[in-house]
Design a protein around this ligand. Structure first.
Ligand SMILES: Cc1cc2nc3c(=O)[nH]c(=O)nc-3n(C[C@H](O)[C@H](O)[C@H](O)COP(=O)(O)O)c2cc1C
Ligand SMILES: CC(C)CC(=O)C(=O)O
Length: 359
């Protein structure tokens, strides 16, 4: 079985999981799959998009369907891009470079995690300008400053500040079976504290890096460090969306794939209120996206682009660059099909009139 044989993202997940179990320690699968607490939010993310049913329009000449869009001025072939996730080297030897290359070849966009296993410069080259840099703000601001400046020099087009992880969620699967990293895997972009392999296996170690004092005031500090557009990842309320807007930031609606606050609202529930509060700011979304119809719903609710977390990791584990390419291709094909069946030929035609809440 290869990624090409997979007909949908569920099959790619099955293939990716099987490959991961062959190549990596079982704790890696726990890390990728896991959610926080009772994993309610993780489960709800999977079914949440279905709460919106589609109201298709007929007789609309759908012989040509166009999924092209722009995010922060960058043209994308479709509104489907890759969310940041830590340590791609656990899934495939090419790690983040394979994801970046697949995203670039597809005319998509990759968000690189601070906790990557390849350098910013290597990923910058592979991504050909199609990447954003995700920042965890360290207690040591000078480490963050250096990373941001390197990312900008390496061609990152935006800075994504993750705001839903001032402290790491309680992921019990990881507490039961701490992550085992293969010898030689490095986190080259992280500050001087990241040397000891054993310390990486404890979530407490990440907590020691992160800054729990993170607040709206820090955005001013970021503005002084970079003129890159700023995106706040992890916004879930209209109130915070309004604050983001006041601070000139763009908004990424996410509950972190159910890995942070268990019991948090899901993106499809809150996207509408966030978009209403966002004004002229761009709004992106992630969480539980596995079908083109999920993308369609997200756009109808006002998102500008949809980001894939685990789905990209399964593609990577299933077949490196080719696996991620297949993930993006399948989802884009499904989006085109569903647009046609809904009587829509361009993303600008997608709006709330396409949706009805399931009873
Ligand atoms: C294994 C894993 C690692 C992640 N690492 C990061 C990270 O380093 N930074 C971050 O902002 N989000 C991280 N996320 C969250 C994703 O960016 C995204 O919000 C989430 O996975 C979306 O949900 P989905 O997996 O259902 O698509 C991670 C998610 C997973 C599954
Ligand atoms: C260390 C973690 C907070 C990285 C992350 O974002 C995740 O695993 O979800």
């Amino acid at each position: 079985m290869t990624p090409e044989d997979c007909l949908n993202l569920h099959e790619l997940e099955a293939l990716g999981r099987a490959e991961l179990l062959k190549a990596a320690h079982p704790s890696v699968l726990d890390y990728y799959l896991g959610g926080a607490g009772d994993e309610r939010t993780l489960r709800e993310n999977r079914s949440a998009w279905a709460q919106w049913r589609l109201r298709p329009r007929m007789l609309a000449d759908v012989s040509s369907v166009d999924t092209a869009t722009e995010v922060l001025g960058l043209p994308l072939s479709s509104p489907i891009a890759v969310a940041p996730s830590a340590m791609h080297g656990l899934a495939h030897p090419e790690g983040e470079c394979a994801v970046a290359a697949a995203a670039a070849a597809a005319g998509s966009l990759m968000t690189l995690s601070t906790l990557s296993t390849r350098t910013l410069e290597e990923v910058g080259t592979a991504a050909g300008g199609r990447w954003w840099f995700q920042l965890y703000l360290y207690r040591d601001r000078e480490v963050s400053r250096a990373l941001i400046q390197r990312a900008q020099a390496a061609g990152a087009r935006a800075l994504v500040l993750t705001v839903d992880a001032p402290v790491v969620g309680r992921r019990e699967a990881m507490l039961r079976r701490p992550l085992v990293l293969p010898a030689g895997l490095e986190l080259p972009n992280v500050g001087p504290r990241t040397t000891g392999q054993e310390s990486l296996t404890h979530l407490a170690y990440f907590d020691s890096l992160m800054d729990m004092t993170l607040s709206w005031r820090d955005l001013e500090w970021l503005r002084g460090v970079t003129d890159l557009p700023l995106v706040l990842k992890g916004i879930l309320t209209a109130e915070d969306a309004a604050l983001a807007r006041e601070h000139g930031a763009h908004i990424w609606v996410s509950n972190h794939g159910g890995r942070q606050l268990d019991g948090a609202v899901t993106a499809p529930e809150v996207l509408g209120e966030v978009v209403a509060a966002a004004g002229d700011r761009e709004v992106y979304v992630d969480g539980g996206v596995t079908r083109g119809g999920d993308v369609l719903r997200a756009l109808a609710l006002g998102a500008r682009a949809v980001f894939l977390g685990r789905a990209a990791l399964w593609g990577l584990a299933a077949g490196g660059q080719a696996g991620v390419a297949r993930t993006l291709q399948l989802l884009e094909e499904e989006l085109v099909l569903d647009m046609a069946l809904c009587g829509k030929t361009a993303l600008s035609q997608l709006g709330p009139d396409l949706l009805r809440r399931a009873p």
